[in-house]
Design a binder for this molecule. Structure first.
Ligand SMILES: [Zn+2]
Length: 263
């Protein structure tokens, strides 16, 4: 069987054939064979500071590789099935805006100026996926071992929030997730200090789920950047600049903490 990883759509077609091979033709090893083919080669990437950027088929391979590494499943067969279902339900053709390499470079330069980001945060792979993913503009994950290895996937904009979100602001939100991974060493936890930050703002977070809190943390990073530069757009023009300034001070404190932890 030939496996085609040139785009998310050819990956979906490939998985369709794999499932047919497994279910209709009775090839019990079909899902395992797909897994080995998809993970046999390492994706190529372009280094940009602390980022490794993957495009086209390399971005697709990185997506598959990280899916197997981070999706809680009972085995390779289950995980392959989950991957197939996710693609079936969520990917779509789109001509909406997409991030490009110069924008990623500029975002990193600005982050380095503001927070010495490259020195503080572990290497992060950024994959530019040429497809829409229903329900999200981007996503972040990380694998924790001896060190934390983060991955960001940036899709074509599924929702630009009435023109207020930009590909760069989506990347900044995802970098906010990478910061809480780095601070807590866990995927689904905000730092204890974040509760104090919300209380200082007078925000009532009692009704927020843990998932909501992670999103608010990522947006707090975005608001901190917006306080210093409007270059990447402002998805939250309704939020007062005094609040954005508090967010900047909180995020700058987190980077200072990381700096001292590294000395
Ligand atoms: Zn998020």
């Amino acid at each position: 069987m030939t496996y085609d990883f040139s785009s998310m759509f050819s990956l979906y077609d490939t998985l369709n054939n794999v499932m047919y091979d497994y279910e209709e033709d009775g090839n019990e090893n079909a899902l395992q064979q797909f897994f080995h083919a998809a993970t046999a080669v390492s994706p190529r990437s372009q280094p940009i500071g602390c980022f490794d950027v993957c495009e086209e088929s390399d971005a697709v391979l990185e997506f598959v590789r990280r899916f197997y590494a981070t999706t809680p499943c009972s085995g390779i067969d289950d995980c392959t099935d989950a991957l197939y279902l996710q693609l079936e339900e969520k990917i779509g053709f789109s001509e909406a805006e997409q991030i490009d390499i110069p924008t990623i470079q500029r975002v990193l330069e600005a982050m380095d100026e503001l927070f010495s980001f490259s020195r503080m945060i572990h290497p992060i792979s950024i994959s530019i996926i040429d497809a829409e993913m229903y329900g999200r503009n981007g996503e972040s994950i990380a694998v924790f071992g001896n060190h934390c290895s983060g991955a960001i996937f940036l899709y074509r904009l599924w929702n630009n929030f009435e023109g207020k979100a930009t590909p760069a602001s989506v990347l900044l939100h995802e970098l906010g997730h990478q910061l809480h991974f780095c601070l807590t060493g866990e995927l689904y936890k905000v730092p204890e200090s974040f509760y104090g930050h919300l209380e200082n703002l007078g925000a009532d977070y009692s009704d927020l789920s843990n998932e909501d809190l992670l999103e608010v943390f990522a947006d707090t990073f975005l608001l901190a950047v917006i306080h210093k530069t409007k270059e990447f757009g402002d998805p939250y023009p309704e939020i007062r600049d005094t609040i954005k300034a508090h967010c900047y001070n909180y995020i700058a404190d987190q980077f200072n903490g990381l700096h001292f932890a590294q000395i």
